[in-house]
Every structure is written in C-alpha cells, then in structure tokens.
Write a protein that binds this ligand. Structure first.
Ligand SMILES: [Zn+2]
Length: 173
C-alpha cells in the first residue's frame, strides 16, 4: 500500500475537510499521532463523526523532510501536493476568496491568506522553465473540471497575478 504524503498538519486538515463522512458531515474532532506501519512511520488521523458517530480514520505518509510552519496556513514545502491536485487547489482558492467575511478583519485576512497559499500550491506543480501546469497535475474529477472550465487560468503569469491580488487585499483588509 502506497500512502499519500501529508506534508503538514494544515494540508492534512484541509484534505480531511474535503473528505466528508459517509453521512456527509465534516464535523469530526480529529486526533492525530504517528503510527508504525510495518516499519514505516505514518501520520494517523482518527476521530468520531459528530453527526452519525461512525469512526473515521485516515493515514498519510510523512514527508521526507519535515516542513516547519511559517505562518498560517503552511501546506507544504516546495514540492507539489500529493493530496490535492492543481485543479482542487484552485477550487479551494476560489471558494475561500469568494467567501471572505466582510465584518471580521481577522477572518478576512485568514481567508485571503488561505486563498493566496492555495494559489501558491497550484504553482508548485509547474516545473522550472515551464509556463503552465502540466496535465499530470490533474488527477481528480473536480480538478479536471476546474481546468477544463478555463485552462488558461493555469498559466504561471495568471496565477502570479491572482496570488498577488490576494496578498494585496490581505494587506488592505
Ligand atoms: Zn457521519
């Protein structure tokens, strides 16, 4: 069994939020710990669904090099995600940027930080010297839908503009 790497806790929690319980709820108080799987250490997240009471569990591989969080959110080091594909990251960014609270400055800054960090994650899929996100960076149905809706959004230039816009908005928020 090959486990996907969760680079950081923030990335693992985002993935958990995107994977609801069979009952549809995402309300779970997660416990996490390191477990030994046949000699390999892995990160285990488990908890009880607050709505239906079922036990939920996800196991992720540990990153090769631990990433020290630098502010919130820190989804990972320079290497691209294994948990979310490029289209899913842009979807997360769009969703967050589209729901920036207007009555809470702190929450607004957090939402914009999340939107910006998610665009950074999209850009990590672009190999050095290339100008757009490669096809193999879209492996989920949602991710492919986002790309097919507007492939030009996955060009480096456009992503940089979007990212900088979220950064500037966060400064002004
Ligand atoms: Zn449930």
């Amino acid at each position: 069994m090959t486990l996907q790497v969760a680079r950081t806790r923030d990335e693992a929690h985002l993935y958990l939020d995107l994977h609801p319980c069979v009952c549809g709820s995402v309300e779970t108080a997660w416990d996490s710990g390191v477990v030994d799987l046949a000699g390999e250490l892995a990160a285990c997240y488990d908890g009880i669904c607050a709505d239906c009471g079922v036990e939920r569990k996800f196991v992720f591989a540990l990153p090769q090099r631990e990433v020290m969080p630098e502010g919130w959110p820190t989804f990972g080091g320079p290497e691209p995600s294994q948990l979310l594909d490029a289209g899913e990251w842009l979807w997360v960014s769009d969703l967050t940027a589209g729901n920036v609270p207007t009555d809470d400055q702190n929450a607004a800054r957090q939402a914009l930080a999340m939107a910006r960090a998610a665009v950074d994650e999209v850009m990590k899929f672009i190999p050095d010297g290339h100008e757009h996100v490669p096809d193999h960076a879209f492996w989920s149905e949602l991710g492919r839908q986002v790309r097919d809706a507007e492939p030009a959004r996955f060009r480096r230039e456009r992503l940089e503009v979007v990212r900088d816009t979220y950064r500037d908005l966060a400064i002004d928020a």
